[in-house]
Ligand binder design. Structure first.
Ligand code: GLN
Length: 454
């Protein structure tokens, strides 16, 4: 066993050297071999499993750059709770994956370490912001990956790369050691090849953590056991009105194919309406940027971040210099947007109103999920788009998140599972949304979709 894992790692390192696709930001070989040796002594549910970690999650002894120049020299002094748990479970951490800077983006093109190419079609984006993690799994470099999802960053790249992405309920997984983007939306979750692998990883990382006061003290079931239960009799709601316009034909066809496969397993479908869906993007981009502007204030070159080695007249100019140099254009755009919506005079009009609409959107989901077991719609309106296609048009990029952000607004769990491929054989993701803390239900439905493919 010990030898075979070492052989596998050597082979992976060789393969990684042959690719110029910047899927990983950090693979530190010295650190890795020491870690492999330590982990080989541990017998646990993840023994022998190789795992990639998004570069906004802290691993002791490795850099956490968040794909930003401002954190280029930052080494983490501690493990995130999810990392601690993976170590105890015997998992092997291969390295840190590329992402959109500070998890802001939908294509992994906004990275100071270069854009990641989709392993399925290298002329296209892998989605984002966890594009490195999804690509690492899709290309077979790792068994599992960790991503983070604030508005779709696990599910959307999973949909674009033909992998499974699970965003747990807000509070299900500790955020301790995750660099905050928008703290009331962020969750860590698995990206894997199969649904049962996601269940396996969630088993390890879920649970209350005293170091994250927003983590929930709700019992964690054995998700692998839950998978064995039948989905017969489940009722799933579909908001058909959202799918009438703006969704590509091949995505819709794949979605309908999933429905017919689930119907054969005894799942019933019900037409539902999401009245507030049209407000989700605006609400998300107001509230998430507001939180980001506050969370990113600490990266000033004094408390955190690279600093200019020169004397400046005052502290303000020093901060301004460090931040102007350290942040990329999308992060700057979001900090400015967030600062604007929080500024006096605009606070009521944008931030307060955004909070009210957040509540309406969330309540609508909660009410519906009392009537049905789950909701289902495509993860994204299109398949993976071409590199460069949206990068200069922020609004077009934001609109890509139309089906994912409302789930974070409501804090609910959701999974993206590959359906029938679309045009040019590109992957299509089907998204299933569950009630709070009922990851088991969406994993079962996802597992059923996956099995019916064989
Ligand atoms: N694409 C969304 C954004 O840019 C979601 C990002 C995320 O989930 N981290 O904010």
């Amino acid at each position: 066993m010990k030898d075979s894992i070492q052989d596998r790692i050597s082979e992976l390192l060789d393969n990684l050297e042959k690719t110029d696709n910047p899927i990983f930001i950090t693979i530190d070989k010295d650190w890795l071999w020491k870690h492999v040796k330590e982990q080989a002594t541990i017998e646990g549910p993840l023994s022998g499993k190789i795992i990639a970690v998004k570069d906004n999650i802290n691993v002791r002894g490795l850099p956490t750059t968040c794909a930003s120049r401002i954190l280029e020299t930052y080494y983490s002094l501690y493990d995130a709770t999810v990392i601690e748990k993976i170590r105890v479970a015997g998992g092997i951490l291969l390295g840190k994956t590329n992402m959109d800077e500070f998890a802001m983006g939908s294509s992994t093109e906004y990275s100071a370490w270069g854009e990641v190419r989709n392993p399925i079609d290298e002329t296209r984006v892998p989605g984002g912001s966890s594009g490195g993690s999804a690509s690492a799994v899709s290309a077979g470099f790792v068994d599992y990956a960790l991503g983070s999802d604030t508005g779709g960053s696990i599910r959307q790249p999973a949909a674009f790369t033909g992998t499974v992405g699970l965003k747990p309920t807000y509070g299900r997984v500790s955020r301790y050691g995750l660099t905050a983007y928008a703290s009331s939306f962020d969750q860590i979750g698995p990206i894997t090849k199969t649904v049962s692998q996601s269940a396996e990883l969630l088993n390890v990382i879920a649970g209350k953590d005293s170091r994250d006061s927003t983590s929930a003290d709700v019992p964690v079931p054995n998700y692998l056991k839950t998978l064995q239960e039948k989905v017969q009799g489940y009722v799933v709601g579909i908001p058909w009105h959202l799918l009438e316009k703006g969704v590509d034909e091949d995505v819709l066809e794949s979605f309908k194919d999933v429905i017919s496969r689930l119907e054969k397993e005894g799942v019933r479908f019900k037409k539902i309406e999401l009245k507030y869906a049209d407000y989700a993007i605006a609400t998300y981009y107001i509230l998430a940027t507001a939180e980001a502007s506050s969370n990113l204030a600490r990266f000033d070159g004094v408390r955190y971040g690279v600093n200019a080695k020169e004397q400046l007249q005052d502290l303000f100019s020093y901060y301004a210099k460090n931040r102007s140099k350290g942040f990329g254009p999308e992060v700057k755009r979001r900090i400015m947007l967030g600062t604007y919506v929080l500024s006096s005079g605009y606070y009521e009009a944008y931030y307060t109103r955004g909070q009210k609409v957040r509540n309406l959107i969330a309540q609508e989901f909660f009410t519906l999920l009392n009537e049905v077991d789950a909701l289902m719609f495509p993860t994204t309106p299109t398949t993976a788009f071409k590199l460069g296609e949206n990068v200069d048009d922020p609004l077009k990029m934001y609109l890509n998140d139309v089906f994912t952000v409302s789930v974070n607004i409501a804090g609910l769990p959701a999974i993206s599972v590959p359906g029938k491929p679309g045009n040019h054989g590109l992957p299509v993701g089907c998204q299933i949304i569950g009630n709070a803390y009922e990851e088991g239900t969406i994993l079962q439905l996802g597992h059923t979709i996956e099995r019916s493919r064989i």
